[in-house]
Design a protein around this ligand. Structure first.
Ligand code: SF4
Length: 337
């Protein structure tokens, strides 16, 4: 998976770092002072992730938990995301990380205790301000939350944190089917695993190197049977002349894996790019179907389908969700005004 490991000197004796190094004992390891001294210092093309990927282990400095953008989650509650990794082993052709970092190398931050301290402080402040609020914390903003969880091993730690923070909610967002570690943990009502799903052919074409729809649905079914709360993201939706039929079938398969009333929420978002990511997509995937439809620069600077088309797609899929038995208050439209 990796060519080389870079590790910050201070983490030499860190048990989490040692466990990761043990897993990759045959790889060359280089000690560095700080990740920022090496990571992104030389621009590394995104597609080099296919055959030249390094792993960095370090400590995240600065703000560890940040306010999430509008429409990030169910409305009415404050939403935050925390940063415990940069980049991803998968290769979705629309991934915004390709225009975000100057390198696809994977960075894992191991100071989870400090992240948890910030989470607890924010939750306390929010609850003091409004005792009925539910502060949400989302993992996986700059990576996939579960894809490497068998290697990183932080899941039990976060479960313990949120066991003691019942008013807060934690979301692990993923496209993986890597749920073995989750299945070993006792479910918590406030720790939600959410899966991004698309019709099977879209996953094959666009979510490169990710588990198939079948594998993700099987993971959802196993987790739900085990009692883990499940969220779903239909995001990004990529237009196709028969998208309605495809999402009808997807919802049929989904509600066979987990009953509609067991799903905590479904978000729906249409494909969108920042200007930089759009340039990268054109360069990295010129033949992609992402570029087949007309895209416009929207008021928020993002490149998207025209507003009328977006609204039509979102409403159509929302209707399908309602028909599949999902309660309307569990459905939210992602990143739309
Ligand atoms: S799973 Fe998410 S983070 Fe990983 S490549 Fe796909 S879009 Fe990017």
């Amino acid at each position: 998976m990796f060519n080389r490991i870079f590790i910050e000197k201070d983490l030499r004796d860190n048990p989490r770092a040692k466990a990761i190094l043990n897993r990759f004992s045959s790889l060359p390891v280089k000690e560095i002072d700080a990740i920022d001294d090496v990571f992104q210092k030389v621009k590394k093309p995104y597609l080099q992730k296919r055959d030249n990927l390094n792993l960095f282990l370090g400590t995240k400095k600065g703000k560890l938990v940040k306010e999430a953008p509008d429409a990030y989650g169910l409305s009415g509650d404050p939403h935050y995301y925390f940063i415990h990794a940069y980049n991803c082993i998968y290769e979705c052709n629309y991934c915004y990380l390709q225009g975000y970092f100057h390198s696809p190398d994977i960075v894992l931050f191991l100071n989870h205790e400090e992240i948890a301290n910030e989470i607890e402080a924010i939750a306390k402040e929010q609850i003091e301000k409004n005792p009925t609020t539910t502060p949400w914390f989302h993992a996986g903003e700059f990576s996939d939350s579960l894809a490497l969880s068998h290697i990183t091993g932080e899941l039990p730690f976060y479960f313990e944190v949120f066991k003691n923070l019942p008013q807060g909610k934690l979301e692990f967002r993923t496209k993986s089917a890597n749920v073995k570690n989750l299945l070993e943990l006792s479910p918590l009502p406030n720790v939600i695993t959410s899966f991004s799903l698309s019709p099977a052919d879209k996953i094959k074409k666009n979510d490169l190197k990710t588990p198939s729809l079948k594998a993700r649905l099987s993971a959802i079914s196993k987790l739900a049977k085990h009692g883990h709360p499940i969220g779903i993201h239909f995001d990004p939706v990529i237009y196709d002349h028969d998208f309605k039929e495809k999402y009808t079938n997807l919802l049929k398969d989904l509600t066979q894996a987990i009953s509609a009333n067991e799903i905590e929420y479904i978000s729906i978002g249409v494909v969108r790019f920042t200007k930089d990511v759009y340039q990268q997509v054109k360069m990295n995937y010129p033949e992609s179907e992402l570029l087949a439809e007309e895209l416009i620069k929207a008021e928020d600077g993002k490149v998207r389908y025209a507003r009328a088309m977006r609204m039509w797609i979102l409403q159509t899929i929302k209707e399908l969700c309602l028909e599949a038995g999902i309660d309307s208050e569990k459905i939210y439209l992602c990143m739309e005004d």
